[in-house]
Design a protein around this ligand. Structure first.
Ligand SMILES: NC(=O)CC[C@H](N)C(=O)O
Length: 375
């Protein structure tokens, strides 16, 4: 096999650091917030997770693309990452489900990437300096460092980014329950991953996925046994409408469950602020402690914002007492919130875990129990 000619590419960070490599996927320019993910598997799920909208993802796993691209693992209808940074792309993908190479899929979807990067050095830099704006440039877009840096420094920040509207479904749709329908859930789509309704459907839940602009009447017209707040991209501080909607749901005591962005929205609805973390949590082996039981779960995560507060802290809200129910022992970040007087809880991590460990899957059963008790 002869190796194809390579095209030079550069990753330019807002602080002036430049990493040179070769183009991977589409040739062109992409701008976004550069973040690293430590997952050793699941690159297809990562690439298609709408929460990564406007982010340039660095994979710390050195080899990417080994299992190609398949028709089953997408978490949404397209790749959402703005750009992609890898060390060593697979030359020959191999998997029984693979229908094409990752490289070809990135080209097909116009996603600009870069390969041959020392992703360990880059990750250490991001851990020290924090996630920041960056650009990947190749082909005609590869300019002088000054030019490229100027484009990076004039691109939008992640703090203050209002992005859920870009990824939400334009129209409501229904995911049928598998087997007998036991419950109906209204799921507010802030960037929902396909595996979430699937996990609910497997528990007899008919999921009505609703656009971000839905009103409380739209939600109630589903006659929901429960309301779900999904994951999603951007800064939770921009989501005033979702927060207000959540407050209306809490007022009516409809059981409510949220994941990731949904956790931040519920926390804000209960009066807590969110802040931007230095470099966030993205990976599939991140420990979380449940304050109530002291048990540790190994979890899949993808977040750059978090709720303020101390592990286990209790406080008064407009809806009664609340506890910050889960935290990450690595750094003390709040990873869950539970209302103690209305039926509502949420977690910052991913019980749908695609890819990832299944420790947290029972949270969907807890939502089911909450809906049973709500009847
Ligand atoms: N996966 C998510 O829902 C991410 C939530 C939010 N955009 C964050 O980065 O923290």
């Amino acid at each position: 096999m002869t190796s194809p000619a390579t095209t030079a590419a550069a990753l330019v960070l807002e602080d002036g650091r430049v990493f040179r490599g070769e183009s991977y996927g589409a040739i062109g320019a992409s701008l976004g917030e550069v973040v690293f993910s430590t997952g050793m598997t699941g690159y297809q799920e990562t690439l298609t997770d709408p929460s990564y909208h406007r982010q340039i993802v660095v994979q710390t796993a050195p080899q990417i693309g080994n299992t190609g691209w398949n028709d089953e693992d997408d978490e949404s209808g397209r790749i959402w990452v703005a750009g992609y940074v890898v060390r060593d792309p697979a030359r020959v993908p191999s998997n029984w489900r693979s229908t094409r190479s990752l490289d070809d899929e990135l080209v097909r979807q116009g996603v600009v990437g870069i390969a041959g990067i020392d992703t360990r050095m880059l990750t250490r830099h991001l851990r020290e300096q924090g996630a920041m704006r960056a650009g990947v440039f190749s082909g005609d877009e590869l300019g002088s460092v000054e030019e490229m840096l100027d484009r990076v420094r004039t691109s939008p920040q992640m703090k203050g980014a209002d992005l859920a509207g870009d990824v939400t479904t334009p129209q409501p749709y229904v995911v049928d329950a598998i087997g007998e329908r036991r419950f109906r859930v209204a799921a507010l789509d802030l960037g929902i991953k396909s595996n979430t309704p699937r996990m609910m459907a497997a528990r007899g839940i008919e999921v009505h996925v609703l656009p971000l602009t839905s009103t409380v009447d739209d939600v109630l017209s589903v006659k929901p046994d429960g309301v779900f707040l999904s994951n999603g991209p951007g800064d939770p501080a921009t989501q005033a409408h979702a927060v207000e909607l959540t407050r209306n749901v809490l007022d009516r005591k409809v059981p409510l469950f949220g994941i990731c962005f949904g956790n931040q929205i519920l926390g804000r609805a209960l009066g807590r602020d969110t802040y931007k973390m230095r470099y966030g949590h993205r990976g599939i082996n991140i420990p979380v402690i449940d304050v109530a039981t002291g048990k540790v779960a190994i979890t899949a995560q993808n977040h750059g914002f978090a709720l303020e507060g101390e592990p286990g802290e209790e406080f008064a809200s407009d809806f009664g007492r609340v506890q910050l129910s889960h935290y990450c022992p690595n750094d003390g970040t709040v990873e869950g919130v539970r209302a103690l007087e209305v039926p509502a809880f949420s977690v910052q991590y991913h019980p749908e875990a695609a890819a990832g460990p299944h420790d947290a899957a029972p949270l969907f059963d807890e939502f089911v129990t909450m809906m049973e008790q709500g009847r």
